[in-house]
Design a protein around this ligand. Structure first.
Ligand code: ATP
Ligand code: MG
Length: 137
């Protein structure tokens, strides 16, 4: 079984949507095998989103992700990476399919409630950025 890194973003934690979002994961067959609430510094977000450094929204994205606590989690299941992205829906909530997390909860293309790894290599990297081996069973 595959694992992926998920983040419940500040717009969602602020509105107490963690439980509703977790219910979507579990209904889709994704198991939450690790989870913690942390408040990232802007610098820590910058490292995490370094691939987007040259994008026009990078600074805004770092400010937003450091604006309030997030919930970082590891989801496990068959095809977890693509299944999670399916449950999340398109980046822009206006394009997200009905029933997806972003369609139901996201506020805008930036404040879009969740992050999910996009490939096996990034999933492994992102999981090890937030979780120590001893925290993962
Ligand atoms: P994520 O990586 O967070 O799972 P994603 O893979 O759907 O989302 P990316 O293209 O990797 O989308 O963008 C990373 C994040 O940057 C988005 O989730 C969103 O929060 C923010 N973002 C993307 N495009 C824009 C934009 N045009 N304006 C503002 N913020 C944006
Ligand atoms: Mg992405």
């Amino acid at each position: 079984t595959e694992r992926t890194l998920s983040i419940i973003k500040p717009d969602a934690t602020k509105r107490n949507l963690t439980g509703k979002i977790n219910a979507k994961f579990e209904e889709a067959g994704l198991r939450i095998v690790a989870q913690k609430r942390i408040h990232l510094s802007k610098e820590q977000v910058g490292v995490f989103y370094a691939v987007h450094k040259e994008r026009p929204f990078y600074d805004e994205l770092c400010e937003f992700m450091a604006s309030a606590p997030v919930v970082v989690q590891v989801l496990e299941g068959e095809g977890a990476i693509s299944k999670n992205r399916e449950v999340m829906g398109a980046t822009n909530p206006a394009d997200a399919a009905e029933g997806t997390i972003r369609a139901e909860f996201a506020e805008s293309v930036g404040e879009n409630s969740v992050h999910g790894s996009d490939a096996p290599e990034t999933a492994a990297e992102e999981i090890s950025y937030f979780f120590a081996g001893l925290e993962l069973v």
